[in-house]
Design a protein around this ligand. Structure first.
Ligand code: HEM
Length: 277
């Protein structure tokens, strides 16, 4: 389904790629690491910067390398080993697709010629569709901005689909899931998405992309969430995920099928991503 058929915004404000890297073996990877670092030569390394990219950096592209955090990744409903078993991941963002697609092609060549593989999750950035001015104040005005990789060393990726029943609903019904619901005496009955996850607003930096070709289609997740946070706030992230997945408090999740919740550690260069710290 297309955004215009869903009363959702049709605007695209940027592109993101999540490149999940699986290596064939653990040989000496010094040369591979040097070549991967070369792919990002013209781009900004998000590991060393605070805040959103400048217009110039966003037009050239920005990358973040991550090493898998063994033991923290967990499977949800959709089993996707090329994601859940990946050794590392490169997250790219850019105003246009071409520069990050070129990086993807280069990385794929380097990894595949060594017997490994690259699994790509792609998404487009869009303005929000269901958010009023007041919700902006609640959920975004005080939100944690992007931070460097030393301050926010942990990241989680949450690919997900919404069910056909969700996409068949009219937009007022869909929008109602983001707010609390009240009974006839105005007692709160369920928290809804924004209140169920509110604990994460000040400490979890969050980014969301949408399926590039439309929702409810094969071959792409409807949404890919990306979250960065401090080591000390990992329990807050888990609490937020538990709140969203509690369908008593957040009925929206009855219409969600999640891929793996992939955890990684942000690293500065490819040698660290490949495990040669
Ligand atoms: C940390 C606190 C969070 C707050 C305050 C929050 C709030 C919101 C709000 C207000 C929207 C509506 C955006 C719009 O107008 O289009 C939204 C959308 C969304 N959020 Fe969250 N969120 C949080 C965390 C999360 C987490 C942890 C996940 C995923 C695992 C998530 C997944 C999504 C998805 C997939 C959408 C798009 C849903 C759709 O358009 O159907 N959010 N969130």
């Amino acid at each position: 389904m297309q955004p215009q058929d869903l009363n959702m915004t049709t605007t695209v404000t940027g592109h993101q790629l999540f490149l999940f890297v699986t290596l064939a073996d653990a040989e000496d990877e010094t040369e591979l690491a040097r070549a991967i670092d070369g792919l990002g030569g013209d781009m900004e390394n998000a590991h060393d910067v605070d805040g959103a990219p400048s217009e110039d950096a966003f037009s050239r592209g920005r990358f973040q390398l991550l090493r898998a955090e063994a033991g923290l990744t967990n499977d949800q409903q959709i089993i996707h080993p090329a994601v859940s078993e990946a050794h590392g991941m490169v997250r790219l963002e850019c105003a246009t697709l071409a520069p990050i697609k070129e990086y993807e092609d280069g990385l794929r060549t380097l990894i595949e010629e060594r017997g490994g593989s690259v699994e790509t999750l792609a998404g487009v950035m869009r303005p929000r569709s269901y958010t009023s001015h007041a919700m902006t104040q609640f959920a975004y005005a005080h939100a944690m901005p992007p931070n460097n990789g030393e301050t926010h060393p942990l990241a989680a990726v949450t690919p997900m689909n919404k069910t056909d029943a969700w996409w068949q609903m009219d937009f007022l019904h869909r929008e109602s899931f983001f707010l609390p619901r009240y009974d006839e005496n105005e007692n709160i009955v369920v928290k809804g998405h924004a209140l169920a996850s509110a604990a994460g607003v000040p400490s979890i930096n969050r980014r969301l992309v949408h399926a590039p070709e439309g929702y409810g289609l094969q071959g792409n997740y409807d949404f890919v969430g990306y979250f960065e946070f401090a080591e000390a706030d990992a329990p807050v992230f888990r609490e937020v995920m538990a709140g969203l997945r509690d369908t008593q408090q957040n009925p929206e999740w009855k219409y969600v099928l999640e891929g793996p919740e992939w955890w990684g550690r942000r690293v500065r260069n490819a040698a660290q991503m490949l495990g040669q710290v």
